[in-house]
Write a new protein. Structure first.
Length: 166
């Protein structure tokens, strides 16, 4: 039977068995996450474009991310809906678990009233890329703040068109 954890006063925690090394996921994203140019994760940070306070906070956050995390890829500031994103947003890409570990806690503190969609970029062998994109934006997604329903018709129409061609 597992032994109680001596470092925690809660009696329901346990000491994990020792391991000679850290899990490889500390160094690189696990398969099927992208390890290439696309990056392992996209973060879409949303704001309501007609809400002056949110737009101002989003612009300041965008500038701050550019200065405090220059190693991350940050995209343009969209002031209207684009793709499946029903409100204004900007996007940040993360390429390593270290970047994920640094940026996501930082964002949880500084995003303020804004919502953020954090989704992986998967490369599922043998699975259609549009199906994978849909799964990444839904089943595999993580949300900070209020969840904003995405317009998934873009993915659904592309899947239907491919099925019609088959």
């Amino acid at each position: 039977m597992a032994q109680p954890n001596p470092y925690n006063t809660a009696a329901y925690t346990y000491v994990n068995p020792p391991n000679d090394s850290l899990n490889k996921a500390y160094e690189e994203f696990p398969d099927p996450l992208s390890k290439g140019r696309r990056g392992g994760f996209d973060i879409h940070i949303y704001y309501f474009q007609n809400n002056e306070e949110q737009a101002k906070h989003a612009r300041a956050l965008w500038e701050r991310i550019r200065r405090e995390f220059p190693e991350l890829r940050i995209y343009r500031f969209w002031d209207k809906p684009v793709g499946p994103h029903p409100v204004a947003m900007f996007e940040v890409n993360l390429f390593t678990p270290a970047q994920f570990g640094a940026f996501i806690p930082w964002l949880s503190v500084w995003r303020g009233p804004l919502s953020a969609l954090i989704h992986p970029n998967s490369e599922d062998p043998g699975v259609d890329s549009i199906v994978t994109e849909l799964r990444d934006h839904t089943q595999r997604a993580i949300w900070m703040g209020e969840r904003i329903p995405l317009d998934l018709t873009l993915f659904q129409k592309a899947i239907a068109a491919k099925q019609a061609q088959a």
